[in-house]
Design a protein around this ligand. Structure first.
Ligand code: IPM
Ligand code: MG
Length: 358
């Protein structure tokens, strides 16, 4: 197959980790006789520096014209003082919205070789961890109206709003239920229905929709504060976790860390077409940028998800996952996942070793 991939490296460690993933994708193309072409485009802070805005129109156009998009990370201290709508993060939110990517899948699994890196006690992770966060990605408080004003009594005051429609909730519920059907048949839906009106609509809609279209899937509700606690108390109880945009952002970082390192978690973002956006869930880690110390595995696994979910290449996906398993099994680690008795290597060498195992 011939596929054209847009590469949005972004800021901080973004260029290093996307280089690593592209290296692995080239190895996949060689082995399985595909032709992948790559096109680098600016987004985030580097786009602000080069073009004066975090998401140049040309980047959006080229992403929409590609078969799929690979993204590194955006943001950094250099751009922290900019107003909200000019920040690098606005570029990421903008491309998600422009491509209509309402469904964000974030699988958090415990890699056998990395059990020592989990901060949880052994007995809590004995049964393994296989949580898939299904996060709504183009609605909620991330995209609601916001503003600030000077209050006479209280001083400077700011506000954000959360808004959800039945249609938005239904389409992400469908994604979660489809996934659950291929897995345990269970969905845990997260909300704050004891306080928020949007959560009450969320809860009602999830149940009505699931009962009507997925009577075979069991949906239970969990309040978000309880979910945050349960993830560290008993992570094995979770399979598919359905969340709003903000709750998914928060809980996916937590789920990632209990599996060992946020440097291992990939994510796919899709809408109603096969053209998706694939990225690690972690950020741009400015503190280690340019030092060849980042973990490229989350981005490599994101590239693998692209092969499977946008291109239908299941064998190729499995080959990448297997290569990661083998390299970890041989004891190679980047600094974030190293432990006694393992060998610490840099970002480039990690990617090279994984590519060699394809
Ligand atoms: C993520 C990130 C982004 C988000 C930021 C960088 C805007 O934290 O993908 O989880 O909040 O969605
Ligand atoms: Mg996040």
């Amino acid at each position: 197959m011939q596929k054209h991939i847009a590469v949005l490296a972004g800021d901080g460690i973004g260029p290093e980790i996307t280089d690593g993933a592209v290296h692995v994708l080239k190895a996949v193309a060689d082995k399985f006789r595909h032709t992948f072409t790559f096109e680098s485009l600016p987004i985030g802070g580097c786009a602000i520096d080069a073009c004066g805005e975090p998401l140049p129109a040309h980047t959006v156009e080229r992403c929409l014209a590609s078969d799929s998009v690979l993204l590194g990370a955006v943001g950094g201290p250099k751009w922290d003082a900019l107003p909200g709508d000019k920040r690098p993060e606005k570029g990421l939110l903008g491309i998600r919205k422009a491509m209509g990517l309402y469904s964000n899948i974030r699988p958090a699994r415990l890699w056998r070789a990395l059990a020592d890196a989990s901060p949880l006690k052994r007995e809590l992770i004995e049964d393994g961890i296989e949580i898939v966060v299904v996060r709504e990605l183009t609605g909620g408080i991330y995209f609601g109206k916001r503003g600030s004003f000077a209050d006479e009594e209280m001083g400077e005051t700011a506000w954000d709003t959360e808004q959800y429609s039945v249609k938005e909730i239904e389409r992400i519920t469908r994604i979660a239920c489809e996934l659950a059907r291929k897995r345990s048949g269970r969905v845990i839906s997260v909300d704050k229905a004891n306080v928020l009106e949007t959560s009450r609509l969320w809860r009602r809609t999830v149940h009505t929709f699931a009962q009507m279209h997925y009577p075979d899937v069991t949906v239970t509700d969990m309040l978000v504060d309880n979910a945050a606690m349960q993830i560290v108390k008993d992570p094995a109880q979770f399979d598919v976790l359905l969340t709003s945009n903000m709750f998914g952002d928060i809980l996916s970082d937590e789920a990632a860390q209990v599996t060992g390192s946020i440097g291992m978690l990939a994510s796919s973002s899709l809408g109603d077409t096969p053209c998706g956006l694939y990225e690690p869930i972690h950020g741009s880690a400015p503190d280690i940028a340019g030092r060849d110390a980042a973990n490229p595995i989350a981005t490599i696994l994101a590239a693998a998800m692209m092969l499977r979910d946008s291109f239908g290449m299941t064998k190729e996906y499995a080959a990448v996952e297997h290569a990661v398993e083998e390299v970890l099994g041989e004891g190679w680690r980047t600094a974030d996942i190293s432990s006694a008795g393992t060998h610490t290597i840099g970002c480039r060498e990690m990617a090279r070793r994984i590519a060699e195992h394809i």
